[in-house]
Every structure is written in C-alpha cells, then in structure tokens.
Write a protein that binds this ligand. Structure first.
Ligand code: F6R
Length: 616
C-alpha cells in the first residue's frame, strides 16, 4: 500500500520518479506527487488526487527540474484522497519533504504536541508529523546530518513505515528509513535510487540492497549508499538481492490490460514451477529447509493467508489431508492474529501463502507462529519480500510480477505450489509411494494444457457475461474444493466489476442465500465430473426452479448439465478432482474480466483496493 521512489544523481529526477510511480501504482492510486530539489535551492512539489497519469500530465506543465527528488503514489489511510493529503508532505519551513508508506499509530498525540509547539499542519495525514519531527531534529545539535534527523524523528514514531526524506539544505542527499513497510535501495554510476519494491529498479540494475526493519540509509548523488542501524552505527553487510527477471516482464507486451496478460501467463507459470521437481524419491522441495525425518514427524499443518491467498489455503488443506493424511487447518491471518488461543504441537508446520510477501496480517501471523516454535514456510511470488526473508523456508512460485490488483496467475501457481508441498509431506511420512507421487506429478503437468484449452474457449465466457448485464448481484456455488472456487470466482467479479456476488457452498444455499434468487438472477455453479457432481446438479435445479439463470462450469461431455442451464463454461477432463480448481477458476477470471469491461471498469486498478496490503 502506497509506493515510494527516490533518486539523487546526475540525471534529471522527474523521469525516473514518474516512471517509478507508474510501476508502483498497483500499490495504491488515490493520489500521486513528487518533490524535486530545484537548482535554485528550493523544493518544487507537484501533487494531486488521482492517478499517476494525471501527475505525468501536470508535470509536463509544471516541469519540475532537479537531480534529486522523492515521489509517492497513495492508498489513503488517514485523510481523504484529495490534493492536500497527497504526498510528499513538507515541514513548516518548506525546506524538508517526506513520503511515507505505513501507518503512524501515535500521530494524533505527536500532532498535538507539535501544534502546541507552534508547528502548522496543512493535511489530515499521519505522515505530516514526520516532516515536522525531522524539522525539529534538523535544527538540533547534529544539524546537517539528514539521516540523524530522520533517525531522531523515527525514534518518536509508533507503527509501520518506509520513509524517504529530502531537505533543501542537504542537496544531493535522500535519507530513508524502514520499519515494517518494504524499501529497497540501489546504486549505479548515475546515482542512488530508492523504491518500495524492486520493480522500478529492474530496468536500472540487477542488484539491490534490501533494508531491514529499523535500518536507515543515506543516498548521495555520487551513487554512495550508507546503511545505518537504529543506533546510528554503519551496517557493513546489508542484505542484498539479485533481480532475476527483466523489466519487460512488468509491461503489457501487447495485451489490453495486465489482467488479460496475467491470465494468459498461467500455463507457463505452472510449467516453470513444476520443472525439475520430480525426484527419484518424491518431490524436490529443498526450499522447505526440513530434513526428511523432520518432514515425516509433522503432525499438523496450519495454513494462513488473506483474500485470494486464503482460498489457496482452503484447497491446500484438502490436498494435504487427502494425500499426506496430516491434519491441516487454515485461517484468515486477520482473524488468526486475534485468536485467544492457538493450539500447536511441537511438530506443527505453519504455511503462509502471500503473493506479495508483504501483507501485514499474514506477516504478523507468521511471527506469532514462529514465536510458538513452529517452522514457518512461505509460499510467495515476490523475490526478497518480507515473508521470504522472515520465514524458515520459502518457495517462490515464480509467476513473474503480478501487476493487476486482482490476483490470477499467482493464485493458480500458489495452488500448484501447495500441491507440491502436500506430495512432499505424503512421501516423507510414507502415506504415498514413489509411483503415487509420480502419478500426481503427471496429473499436475497436465494443468498448463488444460488451461490453454480454456483460453481457446474464452468465447463461452464472453457469451455468458451477457447474463450479468441486468443484474446487480449473483450467486457462485460449488462443493468440496470447488466451494472454494465459488468463493474465488465471486471475489474476482466483486473486486473488478463492483457487482455484488455471493460465493457459497452449494449445499448451504438452501439455508439462506436461496432467498436472493428471483427471475433472471445469475447463478454460477461449478459442477465438474467429481464426487460432488450429482449433489450440485440438484442445487442447480433448485436455483432454476426459482427463476435463476445458471452458468455452469462443467466437464466436457456433460450433456445432462448442458441441457438444464443457460450457458456452459466447458473444462477438459482431469484425472484428479482436487486439481480441477486450478482450471475452473480460469474461466471465472475471464468471465469476471468480460463483465467488468462491459461495465467500463479499470480491471487492473479497481477502486478502493491496493495490491500490497501493508497495513493491518
Ligand atoms: C484479490 C487479491 C487479494 C490478495 C490479498 C492477499 O484478487 O489479490 O485478496 O490475495 O490481499 O495478498 P497477498 O497474497 O499478497 O498476501
């Protein structure tokens, strides 16, 4: 949530800052702004409510000139998304500016103290207190030391932050701080850079420094970067990461939008993930960092995540129990963190699933499980993310940068990653022999082509999307693992089309949601050829009897279902019913996109959302 970039060097700052903000816009797009240090020694700020594209247009007129600057794209937490609350924020002297990602929990108290001391505030944000605290510290005994001033300011903050700070009296310098919200810095012959994640830097360098919590850094225009800890001591070996994907991975590459592109990338993402995983004795998953006997002794698996990733956990739970016969449970991280009691055994494995690796609730849950003595395994997509760094083991799903706010390719890749984990556990504890593992691996390897087949049938989704034209609500139904597909399908359509959709286990429908159904009401039923098929068909009939228009996701050849419903989204047959969600959801992603586009929505940047939810 919120994206930060900074640059100081020999080039003009604005081009990198604006391009960087465009790359980070998935983190929030309520407002955007920049501050550049002009050659005349004053700060030149441009900031507005609205998208980065609007800021780009304004900058063409305002023309901020200067070789040092900071910039921000905002997802509003404190204060409405308007011009005055847009970052960066200045101090009273207008010589200091800051951008911030996170939440300052004690800002009210600090603001009251600062106002009592004569500071004047111009925004309703929590961030502005930082600018005024730096102002006070800058006047203090270590005047001239920007990073010391920022350190002093941060010592009074409670909450989470990634901060970039510029001062007109410290030309060629940017001070940055990190505590809880991500921040990376990098140096080239052209200067020094800061960003919320590696994406804006991927076209500039392949090597970045990842600041740890409580670290600070001073960026200088000659490219020098000095990292400090919270006591002000220099950190000689800060953590670094190599960026192993090229910047074009985060461009549209001829697609109409990132959602279309990322849906299309699913088969290759799964192929990459599966490649070379089948070993002579089970699945190769060294990333778990557990020895065979430790794996064999795991007696409970706790899966934790938020949103779409929590749907991965729900299906993974079934895979783990079915294949490895290990009791598994899942929880929403936001709920889990406030559970009064968490019952773990000494051999409980905690699995966190998080595309971004930065979801605040998921990270807090992982820390809680670690404190309880659990081995924490992260399934994530983002290289060097906080989840990856803090977990005991990490499996990168390698789906490539996911830019569209609605998760698609990370979802299916995470499902496959969890299937691999289930097979590892099954082989280690002896509930599956090598032949069984090889058979399941083969079943997994069929998924990419099955998804490609769905792509060839996307005309079915387009036709079915017409059913949503006159409706403001819909019901998504499924059973077993596809009850979760129903939840995920409903979430996709809600978030990008703003149509209400209720995802529900089909058998539970008659205990309440059936009351929603009236003439022409759209119902999407996931009814593949599996053990739950006939029961779900009965539920479809109950819906039709009440006037519903049903779209069924069904397996090729199921004429029985086809004869009853308005539209069928056909999926090819798969040998393992637990893998159907990986293919069925692709139809529902495409369907949601068509519905949203017909309503004129921006499918990549739905309102009120941000891709990386770094606040609780
Ligand atoms: C929905 C979506 C979100 C995320 C959730 C968790 O399409 O993307 O529900 O799944 O915010 O994010 P991660 O997986 O990054 O922890």
């Amino acid at each position: 949530m919120c994206g930060i970039v900074g640059y100081t060097g020999t080039n003009q700052a604005s081009p990198f800052l604006l391009k960087g903000l465009q790359t980070l816009e998935y983190r929030g797009y309520d407002s955007a702004g920049l501050e550049v240090l002009s050659p005349d020694g004053a700060l030149h700020g441009v900031k507005y409510a609205g998208r980065v594209s609007a800021l780009v247009e304004r900058c063409k007129v305002a023309n901020p000139v200067g070789t040092s600057g900071i910039a921000h794209t905002r997802w509003a937490t404190h204060g409405a998304p308007n011009d005055k609350n847009a970052h960066p924020h200045r101090d009273c002297s207008e010589r200091i500016a800051v951008t911030h990602n996170g939440i300052i929990e004690n800002f009210r108290e600090l603001k009251a103290q600062l106002m009592a001391a004569g500071h004047e505030f111009t925004s309703e944000t929590d961030t502005e207190v930082i600018a005024h605290l730096v102002e006070d510290a800058w006047k203090g005994p270590r005047k001239g030391d920007l990073v010391a001033a920022l350190r002093n300011a941060c010592s009074r903050l409670k909450g989470s932050w990634a901060i970039a700070c510029i001062c007109a009296d410290a030309p060629g310098q940017i001070a940055v701080a990190r505590n809880g919200s991500p921040l990376v810095v990098a140096s080239t012959a052209d200067g020094a850079y800061a960003a919320s994640d590696v994406m804006p830097l991927a076209s500039i360098t392949s090597h970045v420094i990842q600041l740890a919590n409580s670290q600070f850094a001073l960026l200088e225009s000659n490219g020098t970067i000095t990292v400090y800890d919270e006591t002000g001591d220099m950190v000689r070996d800060p953590s670094t990461i190599d960026i192993d994907w090229d910047a074009s991975a985060a461009t549209l590459g001829g697609h109409a939008d990132f959602m279309e592109k990322e849906i299309a990338e699913q088969p290759e993402a799964i192929e990459r993930l599966l490649q070379g995983r089948l070993g002579e004795d089970g699945i190769r998953l060294d990333e778990l960092r557990l020895a065979r006997d430790e794996l064999a002794s795991i007696d409970r698996v706790f899966l934790i995540a938020c949103g779409t990733s929590s749907h991965v956990c729900q299906i993974a739970r079934t895979m783990i129990e079915s294949w490895a016969k290990v009791p598994a449970t899942w929880a929403y991280a936001s709920e889990f963190n406030y559970e009064p009691e968490v019952l773990v055994t000494p051999n409980t494995l905690c699995v966190i699933v998080t595309q971004s690796g930065e979801t605040a609730d998921t990270l807090a849950a992982a820390r809680r499980m670690k404190a309880l003595g659990c081995h924490v395994f992260a399934v994530t997509n983002v290289l060097g993310s906080t989840a990856a760094r803090e977990a005991d083991g990490v499996l990168y799903v390698q789906a490539g940068p996911e830019v569209c706010v609605a998760s698609t390719k990370a979802y299916t890749a995470q499902l496959v990653a969890c299937a691999l984990l289930a097979l590892v556990l099954a082989r280690a504890n002896g509930t599956m022999d090598q032949n069984g593992v090889a058979r399941h691996y083969h079943d997994l390897s069929l998924l990419p082509d099955a998804i490609r087949e769905v792509f060839r049938r996307s005309w079915q989704d387009k036709q079915a999307s017409a059913l949503f034209r006159r409706s403001s609500s819909s019901l998504y139904l499924g059973r077993g693992v596809n009850a979760t597909t129903a939840l995920e399908g409903a979430l996709k359509i809600k978030e990008i089309s703003y149509l209400h959709a209720e995802g529900y286990p089909a058998g539970e429908m008659k205990h309440g949601p059936i009351a929603l159904i009236e003439q022409g009401f759209p119902v999407v039923a996931i009814v593949p050829a599996d053990r739950w098929h006939d029961k779900t068909v009965s539920n479809i009939q109950e819906c039709i009897a009440r006037g519903a228009h049903v779209i069924a996701v069904a397996t090729d050849g199921d004429e029985g279902v086809a004869s009853q419903v308005e539209h069928v989204l056909w999926i090819p047959p798969l040998p393992d019913e637990l893998l159907v969600p990986v293919v069925a959801i692709v139809h529902l992603q495409i369907l949601a996109r068509f519905v949203a586009l017909a309503r004129g929505r921006d499918v990549d940047k739905p309102r009120n959302l941000a891709k990386s939810v770094t606040v609780e």
